[in-house]
Design a protein around this ligand. Structure first.
Ligand code: LRH
Ligand code: MN
Length: 424
């Protein structure tokens, strides 16, 4: 199913007066409203292909009906999100869950929905049927050269799929590590992994990037061979200029100061991108901004400040991706909420008076510095974000429109109640 523009215009028309009142007020309270709107309209968040179905945990999975059963339907679902919020203009594929049967046809379909292909994701954390050697004890770190070579070749294959679709980056997340003290020689595991990443790096086209995604624990629970930002930075620095770190918000130890990590990785020019989600305990993959919205705002503060300091293009120079898993919500509703939370945090971060904040910091006026930041976080920018959507042809209220149009029911009518998406 595809959403017709006139349906969106009809619904927007019903909400226009109320929106205009709210927007006029919000814009009157912000000095750079037009600059913020221009940046919001340029800002696109990539949707993970593996989060369009009902996820689940080891304790259970509850299907939602109408799930995309193949890559074409996944692209159509991201097309629905992008039509509604005009900020989901890319999809991030995971191989082998999303092997393009006919790359040209898939590329055409994505273009039809206004979508690009963001980072490709390799998968050496599962054994595929018919696979020769097992990743039970890791992939690039493995003590067996044959297993390492198999993992390297898989990543080279993923790059080939990406090239055929016009993607420009590869995300390597390794579940490699150990569950018990004594199980692993950390140094050898690091060196094997670096050697493997070097062979993958050598196969990257000139204009590609590789993102080294770190994670503190799971599925290994004693050590992870890319366990934190320091280790990821070590790999990326040893690999070369096309290698960067990738920050998945759920991949940190409790109470880690992620905004400080972001600031320093940006300073080093080694921050490649994000997997946005939220969590209270572990890698919970919950809706962005649903647990710690202030942390998300603080992270965007460091992003805006750090990118401006390096003269970076906010929309183009970093990989903006969501990585979530939906156990109890409709994935499309959850993703609409997540993109909204990202746009709100970005808008609030853009409205901070940098000069006043710097002055307060230089004079160690701690209270004033805090007040300047919190004033932005406590400012309602929902109408400014909605105005950016309206100007781009999107829905003033994407979630409301999704429900009013009964999109999920239409997908169930089309695909059935038991269709199941590949992915997590
Ligand atoms: C690992 C991870 C990684 C993906 C996977 C689906 O936890 O964040 O980014 O490959 O989720
Ligand atoms: Mn991730």
């Amino acid at each position: 199913m595809e959403i017709q523009q006139f349906r969106i215009d009809e619904l927007n028309h019903l909400q226009l007066d109320k929106h205009k009142k709210r927007f006029d007020y919000e814009a009157s309270m912000v000095v750079n409203a037009e600059d913020i709107i221009a940046k919001l309209m340029a800002f696109q968040v990539a949707i993970p292909s593996w989060a369009l179905g009902a996820g689940g945990t080891r304790f259970g999975r509850f299907s939602i009906g109408g799930e995309p059963g193949n890559l074409e339907e996944k692209i159509a679902d991201v097309g629905i999100l992008h039509k509604l919020n005009t900020s989901s203009g890319a999809i991030s594929l995971h191989i082998p869950w999303d092997i393009p049967s006919d790359a040209q046809k898939i590329k055409e379909l994505a273009r039809h929905h206004g979508l690009k292909f963001d980072a490709m994701n390799s998968n050496t954390f599962q054994d595929q049927s018919g696979q020769t050697l097992s990743y039970k004890f890791g992939s690039l770190q493995h003590t067996d050269k044959g297993v390492r070579q198999q993992a390297i070749e898989h990543n080279l294959q993923v790059i080939e799929y990406g090239k055929s679709l016009g993607s420009k980056s590869l995300t390597v997340w390794l579940s490699d590590g150990s569950n018990f003290p004594g199980q692993l020689n950390f140094r050898k595991a690091f060196q094997n992994t670096l050697d493997g990443l070097e062979q993958i790096y050598a196969a990257l086209p000139e204009d590609w990037k590789v993102f080294v995604e770190y994670k503190a624990f799971e599925p290994n629970f004693y050590s992870m061979t890319v366990g934190d930002w320091g280790q990821s930075l070590l790999y990326a620095s040893k690999l070369g200029t096309k290698a960067y770190t990738l920050v998945d918000l759920g991949h940190h130890l409790p109470n880690a100061n992620i905004e400080q990590i972001v600031s320093l990785l940006l300073m080093e020019g080694k921050l490649g991108g994000f997997h946005f989600n939220d969590s209270k305990y572990g890698d919970d993959d919950l809706t962005v901004g649903s647990i710690r919205p202030y942390q998300l705002f603080l992270i965007f503060r460091e992003l805006v400040e750090g990118m401006n300091a390096r003269g970076m293009n906010h929309a183009q120079d970093l990989g903006w991706m969501i990585d979530a898993s939906h156990n109890i919500k409709d994935p499309l509703e959850d993703l609409l909420q997540s993109v909204e939370a990202i746009m709100l945090a970005y808008a609030q971060a853009l409205m901070v008076d940098d000069a006043a904040l710097d002055a307060a910091r230089e004079s160690n006026d701690v209270v004033l510095a805090q007040e300047i930041l919190q004033a932005a976080f406590r400012t309602d920018v929902r109408a400014i974000v909605a105005e950016a959507r309206l100007r781009a042809g999107g829905a003033l209220d994407p979630l409301g429109a999704y429900r009013t149009m009964q999109i999920r029911q239409q997908l169930i009518n089309e695909r059935g109640a038991v269709s199941r998406a590949t992915g997590l």
